[in-house]
Ligand binder design. Structure first.
Ligand code: F3S
Length: 389
């Protein structure tokens, strides 16, 4: 592959992966059968990134046989982008990017929650996933093994079917480093998001072992992982009697420092996002909404009753199910908007005229503030009540 026998695209990909392996002292490459690729929005890639992908596609880069490769969100709803307020020039660039991935054989799922649409690698399998919430979910909840891949390295793994063996792929690097005792009462997914945000800030990249998380549902686990991967760089967490590797991890807790999370800690992180804007957009779906979350939203809103600007983001896979069940119709009739393929961070919000954000996601709030928007955080029920005022 390195000598170019399988063509220039494979050669370039192998050069990248072997260089990465050298940097991290990997002894060998291992096979992957599952890849999730980030770096999709025209907002982040610009013309240079778009041309790079087109060049790769023209070199006949193709997803290796036996590998399933899915794609992260794009900068717009690929069908309904005009209604988002995205301009024509952006749309042209975004379509070029998606076409390049399509040519390469990548499933253009455009979601950061591939695990909600049936891309669920098995326990112990070696995978190459990018996008920090997806990495955290696959490592922790599914027990698959990935490092925090980037767009180029995940694409290189898709093309070669290989990845260097180092980091979270090895047993010894999957052990906990700190015990987290959660004493605070966790009432809703946003509380789990607050726990994740608080812990990530303190631990950085150390692997936490949670006690007292209760029985979190899928939505709580996805938002917890998204938050701790954002405020820190956490790629893997264990939780007693919750995650698949927790019983093995429990054998290595002796001598670890314990951090207690009390109610006041959660209130403190919640109070870091309280700046409201009169014309803020109420924003749900970071990470992309599950069917359950869309059902919950549809159940709480009534015809014509949304005065605030409510935007919901999800994958096209979940959207199709929600549409079939009538949830999309209910939300749209209440004056809410449901979009696929994109999100509140990778879309060109400033150009679209956004002024502020209210969300239930600490990851979303973190980036919204970083992009200069006045940002407020509220749990789902309160957020919907406020949007209905
Ligand atoms: Fe997903 Fe966008 Fe949030 S990619 S995790 S919805 S920032």
């Amino acid at each position: 592959m390195l000598e170019g026998e399988q063509g220039p695209a494979v050669m370039k990909s192998m050069e990248l992966l072997t260089a990465l392996g050298d940097v991290f002292g990997a002894e060998c490459l291992v096979e992957v059968d599952s890849v999730h690729i980030s770096g999709v929005s025209y907002r982040n890639l610009g013309d240079a990134g778009t041309e790079w992908l087109e060049e790769l596609a023209s070199l006949r880069a193709i997803v290796s046989s036996g590998v399933r490769a899915t794609l992260n969100p794009a900068g717009m709803d690929m069908v309904d982008w005009r209604r988002m307020g995205v301009n024509e020039n952006f749309a042209v660039g975004q379509h070029r990017i998606i076409n390049s991935f399509k040519t390469m054989g990548v499933e253009t799922t455009c979601t950061c929650t591939p695990y909600l649409i049936g891309h669920t690698p098995s326990l112990g399998s070696q995978i190459a996933w990018a996008e920090s919430n997806a990495v955290c979910y696959s490592n922790s909840v599914l027990g698959a093994r990935t490092n925090r891949e980037s767009g180029p390295t995940s694409l290189a793994s898709a093309i070669t079917g290989l990845t260097p063996l180092y980091g979270y792929r090895l047993d010894e690097n999957r052990l906990p480093g700190t015990v987290i005792e959660v004493e605070a009462k966790l009432r809703c997914p946003m509380d789990y998001s607050a726990v994740g945000y608080h812990v990530g800030k303190i631990l950085g990249t150390t692997i936490p072992y949670f006690k007292g998380l209760g029985k979190p549902d899928v939505d709580s686990m996805k938002t917890l992982g998204a938050a701790c991967a954002t405020s820190g760089g956490i790629a893997l967490w264990h939780a007693e009697d919750v995650t698949p590797e927790s019983s093995t991890a429990a054998n290595y807790l002796d001598g670890l420092e314990t951090l207690v999370i009390a109610e006041k800690d959660l209130n403190e992180v919640k109070n870091s996002f309280t700046v409201a804007h009169d014309e803020a957009t109420y924003c749900l779906g970071c990470p992309h909404c599950s069917l359950n979350e869309i059902r919950e939203i549809a159940t709480s809103v009534k015809r014509d009753d949304l005065e605030g600007n409510l935007w919901v983001f999800t994958s096209r896979g979940v959207y199709a199910e929600a549409e079939q069940k009538g949830y999309i119709n209910i939300i749209e009739k209440a004056n809410g908007k449901v979009f696929r393929d994109t999100c509140m961070v990778v879309a060109p919000l400033k150009d679209m005229g956004w002024k502020g954000v209210v969300t239930n996601s600490f990851k979303g709030a973190h980036y919204s503030l970083a992009h200069g928007f006045p940002t407020k955080i509220l749990p789902l029920d309160k957020l919907l009540r406020e949007a209905q005022r």
